[in-house]
Design a protein around this ligand. Sequence first.
Ligand code: NAD
Ligand code: TYD
Length: 352
Amino acid sequence: MEMKTILITGGAGFIGSHLIRLFVNKYPDYKIVNLDKLTYAGNLANLKDVENAPNYEFVKADIVDAEQLFEVFDKYQPDAVIHLAAESHVDRSIANPNEFIFTNIVGTANLLNAARKLWGENTDGKRFYHVSTDEVYGSLGETGFFLEDTAYDPRSPYSASKASSDHLVRAYAHTFKLPIVVSNCSNNYGSYQFPEKLIPLFINNIRNKKALPVYGKGENIRDWLWVEDHARAIDVIFHEGRNLETYNIGGHNEWTNIDLIKLMCKVMDRKLGRAEGDSEKLITYVKDRAGHDMRYAIDSTKLQKELGWVPSLQFEEGIEKTIDWYLENEAWMENITSGDYEKYYEQQYKER
Ligand code: NAD
Ligand code: TYD
């Protein structure tokens, strides 16, 4: 029997590496090709445990380079694409929007063209799965949730570029009959996340007794999902989701930033043998993020009812596990926080 080939883009990043691990281990009959440019956010050390698996292969390529993509599609002839490669950090999109336009919009268009060219009219058994974010829906007030049919209202260069890519994917389905599925997920947390995002950044700073830069008043709300639950949701949607559909993914787990930060401080004081209240003293209120979205909250009823997915971890348990992982993997953190990270940190936080 011929092996099914799945091309996963952005597999060396945070969510992509969890997805690759899940697929390589769970589906020995699939050949998993990980296409990644290895930007600052891509790290092959995230995949050490699967790098020698017989059903796994890594290809270094840039989705903005259309010719390179055609060559990769020609060589591997993927039956399906799961597209995660993106520039993913809102603050960087404010500092330098163009990278987001190139990778997230042009890169996605290039991938759609490559899939279309390879598959032509014969799309039986083919699937283009686009992984997106709840940030495309904009910002909520105190009540309400994002549903699959909530109107798009992106407000940062990051979310606007992701919204654009979502529209392109749906347009290719409508116009060219490309078999697609899209999911929009809330904020993820867990192991292997680059320490520019709130949770790993603050874990690292608490450990090093560095200031904890809280934007504005810390009242913004995010809906946090354990990254392995996101990977499980992608698995279910990839295999059982209906063609052309969108599925929202989230765990009904809303936290104000300040409550979340205080919880992290408390857990880490306990784990590091510090006096209770020690780490909270590191909290520093800094200038707010420009255009800072107030609240994100996802309604994932459709996914839960239609495909039976439910989050496996309660947040209190997930955050303990996550903190343990970062404390046990200091070398991983030190490796990525040397060199360019210092420059990024200086630049990003000096004016706040
Ligand atoms: P990440 O920044 O950790 O990883 C992105 C990966 O894409 C990296 O490995 C990077 O090297 C690669 N990449 C970047 N530009 C590329 C290019 N031009 N060509 C090829 N590879 C390139 O991101 P993440 O947090 O793992 O997010 C993955 C996807 O999930 C993104 O599409 C993001 O929009 C979406 N998403 C993320 C979250 C979240 O909370 N992190 C939530 C919902 C959706
Ligand atoms: P982040 O992890 O960047 O995710 P997103 O902006 O995509 O939701 O930020 C999560 C929340 O934490 C967001 O409201 C901004 C806030 N934040 C801080 O207060 N300080 C920080 O240093 C960072 C990185 C984020």
